[in-house]
Design a protein. Sequence first.
Length: 310
Amino acid sequence: MLSLPTQERPPAVAMCAPPIVRSAVNLAPYTSFRVGGQAEWYAEPRTTHDLEACVSWAQSESLPITVLGSGSNLLISDDGLPGLVISMRFLKRFVVDEEEGQVEVAAGTPLPALSRRLARRGWRGFEWAVGIPGTIGGAVVMNAGAHGGCMADCFLNAKVLGPDGIELWTPEQLQYSYRHSAIQGSDYIVLNATLQMAPGFDPELVKQETNQALRARKATQPYDRPSCGSVFRNPVPESAGRLIEELGLKGYSIGGAKVAERHANFILNAGDAKAQDIFRLIQFVQNTVQDRFALDLHPEVKMLGNFQLA
Ligand SMILES: Cc1cc2nc3c(=O)[nH]c(=O)nc-3n(C[C@H](O)[C@H](O)[C@H](O)COP(=O)(O)OP(=O)(O)OC[C@H]3O[C@@H](n4cnc5c(N)ncnc54)[C@H](O)[C@@H]3O)c2cc1C
């Protein structure tokens, strides 16, 4: 997030804000945890032109900018977020290069929809993404992955909006590693990505494999409850879920936040959780794992805004 301390910012004036910018918007519905306070300013651009206008306005007002995809890997503070929050979810586009087996997709395109669409064409290479409830933009940033596949395997390049305008980023610039890219924590906004697929397969076969990936996930994960997926990165070669399970923490709760019974690396909003409950449970699990195994668990979830340390 680009930031200036709140007290150093001039008073927010919406007078010359683009018309799509709204004030005091509740962010909880835009995250998969269903928690979080309000955005000071919020916009859902539908074109790159609108997006650029929002960014220019925020910069002219010295407002920090936070970018949201599907909010499926975010824990947003109960105090909300200062500045402008930009949701990319309406920036959807899908252009196929039949000859090259490549697809160019806009940042707000949902991964499950793209996975199904490619399967219907008989193109392999994106079956793994069918159960990940994020957008292409979020997946490029996070190097999302599952079932042995990840973005780094199919990523060719991405158009990103940065301080000097629109640039084309290569895999080398993204420096992909496990759930990491160089865009994380930067001021760049992913506009779209071009992916390499393997065309020419029987669509029925690819659809079956895609369905199988979703079935496997639903059998092992509490897929229908508010969460952010896996909370912690695996401390390779260990599995975070196995360590947490061994500590008997499945079902452990703080306030409305609970370690899932079905998968110990998931924390659920069990109904009325505050973001602070989830934050405290994350800290509790980290401390317990450190005490028992002398291992640091690093969160995969991005925590935005203010949280109170225990
Ligand atoms: C039930 C469930 C299962 C999950 N399973 C998996 C899994 O198997 N594998 C996996 O890798 N992840 C998984 N996740 C986590 C999550 O879906 C991924 O990390 C996903 O890639 C996040 O995408 P998003 O669009 O929701 O991004 P957000 O959560 O909205 O954002 C994540 C980060 O990316 C930034 N960002 C988002 N879009 C852009 C953009 N266009 N430009 C610049 N920055 C951007 C945000 O600022 C933030 O820092 C799961 C989550 C849930 C809820």
